[in-house]
Ligand binder design. Structure first.
Ligand code: NOJ
Length: 723
């Protein structure tokens, strides 16, 4: 290290100046080194340290592998020392890791977090994840995932906010704020990475990595806005997707990366490829070999190559031959260095190894995870007010294949969570039901479970998906509960005891038959480190089940994809949301089954009831102000999750029958009435027209407010239009 301070080493200079100064000092190979992210594995630390010393590494990815333990802070500091103290310019590396829904303190899955309809909760969870991750020397998290998902067969629907664009936008911005805070140099914050740009959720047949075909209209109006929201919230990095969209693999698409993301959305952070996705350009057969793949990916806008090594191998030759311009390399390196300076890495490259013990899984973080879990759970059925459990029988059976599960509670992508410290549902309920006889079925053979249920006055039956049944490339062809569970539910219910069905899952499933026979159904998702105590809180009424569905639940597998914001079609299918004297029957779309969902988007019960009334709309210069009253008509205090939907009645392109454009949670005492108001302006009323321009077209809008996408109270207003 030089002894006199150079401009780039001076923290008092603006970041731009520091970057410029550093860039001017770098050799070609040092610049290329910044564009490479290496994969740190348990056995290759020495090798990686050597690559770092040679200035060949811009970032280190320490992701999960069943055979590798996570690197310790000391190990990461040792590697960082190689970068900072043993290279000519002392440029620290970025340590990236998949922190997807919490670090040591695991929060509910991202899809579950969306069910909270509570962006502030998302922000808090991501801030906690950032604090814990930073204490483990992580600088950069590969989250949030912003891919709209309309197909529950796709295993990765679990990682996003579900089927709705507007909810996705709110959650995207909240996650970015939570991870990055207002100043990235805050040592408790990390760099966020929005992914996977773009349209990754459109994989055909729900088969992860498969081709997507999305019209320009749908791409811009459905898939793009959450990314726009993340860019507006200042997300510092973006990951390009694996898949081929409309004939262009995204990690080599100048149209989508350089054009749409940088040019149109104005994204000014850096773009990292997904895992080997630059190399995958060869597998997609748009590049003949690694050299061509590197040229395509880099020129398209992918600044950093995750793992494949193709930039390190080919960029120098590509620059020599003029196939890649030096200016393009400088731009990429400038963006990567800017992130490092903004994070304060040049001033504070190392992590205090003692920090983790005070930060990770603190009482405060665990309490937040417990609150969050209850707020995400969706009560789908509650016949006769079975829940909350108030007059407990003398004995309760707690059975089912997941009653004693721990890792399942943590869910997919939770590599830093600790299953051994995660209480199971059985343990949490045993503690909460202290004084009641608990009957279990160790080993969980069906006969043992039935015998346990028979001896009890009430059954809590815990079923669902394991943590490996969803997530990346874990797609399903059948949406029913995993094999044997549906029959188990029916057999247990046939015994005649009251049955509370608790489902742990990472996606909507088709539960038409189990839901018909169980008395109560609680959709608990994979709720995280404190999920089981939260389930106990909800069952016993210490807290309400606070979630509402962020994805439609189909009645049968063949309905998929099924989402609430569909188009009218020439046959007026928008009427499906309107109860008519004839019921829904005349609108059926299949000869062999119903076409309405089992549970619609936005749906979920609490422990009280609400009535929505007196909707009023006042049009104004910007759009309209909508007010509606909500009354708690039940006997308990409770939180409503009021949702506002609009329809643009006539437009130049087809528009959805309804679109969520506002939501609010409000706590009401029994008998209390509250006036809720929502402002609708350009953000809510605009859409991308056929020219790709965001406009509000003049004319009539309808608006509804209510408890889910079937909201009934209605108003109309007219707007002048903005183009
Ligand atoms: C592949 C996944 O698609 C992406 O989401 C993840 O961040 C990277 N692997 C790194 O593990």
């Amino acid at each position: 290290m030089p002894t006199t301070q150079l401009p780039y080493q001076n923290p008092n200079l603006p970041v731009d100046e520091r970057v410029q100064d550093l860039l001017a000092r770098m050799t070609l190979s040092e610049k290329i080194g910044q564009t490479f992210q290496v994969w740190l594995q348990q056995g290759n630390h020495a090798e990686i340290a050597e690559q770092i010393r040679r200035g060949m590494v811009g970032s280190v990815l320490s992701n999960y592998h069943p055979d590798y333990r996570r690197p310790t802070v000391d190990e990461m500091n040792a590697l960082q020392r190689a970068a900072v103290e043993e290279t000519r310019l002392g440029i620290p590396f970025l340590h990236g890791r998949d922190i997807i829904h919490g670090h040591r303190t695991v929060f509910p899955l991202p899809l579950a977090m969306a069910a909270s309809f509570d962006p502030a909760l998302m922000e808090e969870a991501c801030a906690i994840a950032a604090r814990e991750a930073a204490s483990a020397s992580v600088h950069w998290v590969f989250s949030p995932m912003l891919d709209v998902a309309r197909d529950p067969r796709w295993g990765r629907c679990v990682e996003g906010a579900g089927e709705d664009t507007y909810l996705g936008e709110q959650m995207a911005a909240a996650a970015v704020r939570g991870y990055q805070g207002s100043d990235l140099a805050d040592p408790q914050r990390v760099l966020a990475c929005a992914k996977h740009f773009i349209g990754y959720g459109s994989a055909e047949g729900g088969r992860d990595y498969d081709t997507g075909e999305i019209s320009e209209n749908t791409l811009r109006n459905v898939y793009l806005p959450p990314y726009r929201a993340a860019v507006e919230a200042g997300v510092g990095s973006m990951m390009s997707a694996f898949q081929d969209l409309n004939g262009e693999p995204l990690s080599g698409s100048a149209r989508y990366l350089d054009g749409l993301l940088r040019g149109e959305l104005g994204f000014d952070g850096f773009i990292v490829s997904d895992w080997m996705s630059v190399l995958e350009l060869v597998h997609h057969r748009v590049a003949a070999d690694g050299r061509e793949a590197a040229r395509l990916g880099f020129n398209a806008g992918v600044d950093m190559d995750m793992i494949s090594g193709l930039y390190v191998e080919h960029l120098e030759a590509l620059i020599d031959s003029g196939e890649v311009r030096m200016q393009r390399l400088d731009d990429a390196v400038r963006l990567i260095l800017t992130a490092k300076f903004r994070l304060g890495l040049f001033e504070h490259p190392y992590t205090d190894p003692a920090l983790g013990a005070t930060v990770q899984c603190s009482q405060q973080h665990l309490a937040a995870a417990r609150r969050a879990a209850a707020r995400c759970m969706v009560l789908l059925k509650n016949e006769g007010g079975l829940l909350p459990l108030e007059n407990l029988p003398a004995s309760v059976a707690i059975i089912g294949p997941l009653a004693e599960a721990r890792s399942t509670l943590l869910g997919t992508w939770s590599f830093d969570g600790q299953p051994e410290e995660t209480p199971s549902v059985l343990e949490a309920l045993r503690e909460a039901l202290n004084g009641t006889e608990i009957i279990t079925a160790p080993g969980s053979m069906t006969d043992e479970m039935l015998a346990a249920a028979q001896r009890a006055g009430l059954v809590v039956l815990v079923v669902g998906e394991s943590e490996w049944r969803n997530g990346e490339n874990h797609n399903v062809t059948r949406l029913s509960l995993p094999d044997g569970q549906e029959a188990l539910v029916e057999q247990v219910c046939a015994l005649g005891r009251p049955v509370v069905l608790v489902v742990l899952a990472g996606r909507p499933l088709q539960i038409t038959r189990p839901a018909a026979c169980a008395g109560a159904v609680l959709w608990a998702w994979h709720p995280g480190s404190m999920g089981a105590p939260a389930i106990a809180d909800v069952l016993l009424g210490k807290t309400e089940p606070g979630g509402r569905l962020p994805m439609t639940f189909p009645r049968s597998d063949g309905q998929v994809p099924l989402y609430y914001n569909f188009k009218s079609s020439g046959k007026r299918f928008d009427l499906v949301y309107r109860p008519t004297p004839e019921g829904y029957r005349h609108l059926e779309r299949y000869v062999d089954g119903r076409s309405d969902p089992l549970y619609p988007f936005g749906y979920g019960l609490g422990y009280t009831s609400f009535e929505y009334h007196d909707l009023d709309v006042q049009a104004n210069e910007n759009g309209a102000r909508v007010t509606a009253q909500v009354t708690n008509t039940g006997e308990r205090a409770g939180e409503c999750v009021a949702q506002l939907y609009i329809q643009d009645c006539v437009a130049s392109v087809t528009r959805p029958v309804r679109e969520l454009k506002g939501f609010q949670r409000a706590l009401l005492q029994p008998g209390e009435t509250r006036t809720l108001s929502f402002d609708l302006g350009f953000e809510e009323l605009s859409f991308y027209n056929a020219e790709g321009k965001r406009v509000v077209e003049p004319g009539q809008f309808k608006v509804w407010v209510g408890p889910d996408c079937r909201a009934e109270i209605e108003g109309t207003f007219f707007v002048k239009g903005v183009s």
